[in-house]
Design a protein around this ligand. Structure first.
Ligand code: ADP
Ligand code: MG
Length: 296
């Protein structure tokens, strides 16, 4: 209404789509400019500058390259005949169920996850993603419905929920806020020791996990608070990996990371899935991440 000129500086390509005109910079130079549509038609060139391309532009480009029309490209979800090891049956969860302001967050959710899958959970803010995943390792108990792990009801009286939490690792949003030990190595040892590992066993697991996430040895003795944001997050993730989970749930793990940090993290998850057979459950609101990485 007041016609204020807006100059938005960003590395988020979805935001760039909102602009009238874009300048792309690289090494101190303006290397491309034009309307978003014009700029995003040059997918390879943008990638050469270390930039990503919005999901829709990339998809259109890839399909065109393969000679596929958009209307032919719709595929159906598949389970590929796997054995389903986590299942939710008609799970509902209502926050503040005992008060007048009942807030239903999950309604009759049926969902199955198989061993070795790379699963994506997507939805806008407030759609219930975080509530859902806390049901997968028994942190939350359904108001109605059941959760099974390997065929057993995890809220049955004799169920060993601690062992379930050892198998199903959960990484909360902004996990770096939970770093607290004096050194990185001690922080990553906390989980395994909490699950009964000796100091030596914990350190061995911690070092391996830190190596997996790309934290080099000379950092092990430093305070986690000396690290960059992306490094802190990787340390926090190592803290869960050190417990050697068979299932690894991550709540928006790429939120707030720059494109490079995001790709590194997603590649790590892919590697854990493909090389160590860890089932990955990735919560995201990025269609790009989900489209590029998950099986289902
Ligand atoms: P998402 O992770 O997809 O953003 P959430 O699972 O956090 O969604 O939230 C689902 C719904 O439950 C939202 O309407 C949210 O406001 C509500 N909710 C989440 N946590 C609480 C809470 N602790 N108390 C009351 N309502 C909550
Ligand atoms: Mg959430």
């Amino acid at each position: 209404e007041k016609e204020i000129t807006i100059i938005l500086i960003t590395h988020d390509m979805e935001e760039v789509l909102l602009a009238d005109r874009v300048f792309v910079m690289d090494q101190g130079k303006v290397v491309m400019s034009g309307k978003p549509k014009e700029v995003f038609a040059h997918v390879e060139e943008l990638k050469g500058y270390g930039l990503e391309v919005p999901f829709a532009a990339e998809l259109a480009y890839e399909l065109k390259k393969e000679g596929i029309r958009l209307s032919d490209a719709v595929t159906k979800g598949r389970t590929g005949g796997r054995v389903m090891s986590i299942s939710l049956e008609k799970v509902s969860y209502i926050y503040e169920d005992n008060s007048d302001i009942k807030k239903p967050a999950l309604i009759d959710v049926d969902l199955e996850i198989g061993e070795g899958e790379f699963i994506g959970i997507i939805g806008h803010t407030g759609s219930g993603k975080s509530t859902l995943i806390q049901h997968l390792n028994g942190l939350m108990e359904p108001t109605k419905g059941r959760v099974y792990f390997e065929g057993k009801n995890i809220h049955a009286e004799d169920y060993d929920i601690k062992s379930l939490r050892g198998k199903v690792g959960l990484c909360f949003q902004y996990p770096e806020h939970q770093l607290f030990e004096t050194t990185i190595l001690e922080d990553v040892c906390f989980g395994p020791m909490n699950f009964g590992a000796s100091k030596e066993e914990a350190e061995e697991a911690a070092k391996e996990a830190l190596k997996d996430v790309g934290i080099s040895e000379e950092l092990f003795g430093k305070s986690p608070f000396e690290l960059s944001g992306g490094q802190k997050r990787r340390v926090a993730i190592a803290g869960i990996l050190a417990m050697k989970p068979e299932y690894f749930i991550l709540d928006e793990p790429t939120a707030g990371l720059d494109p490079e940090g995001r790709v590194q993290l997603l590649e790590l998850l892919k590697c854990l899935n493909q090389e160590q057979g860890i089932t990955i459950i990735l919560v995201s609101h990025s269609m790009e991440d989900i489209a590029s990485y998950v099986d289902r």
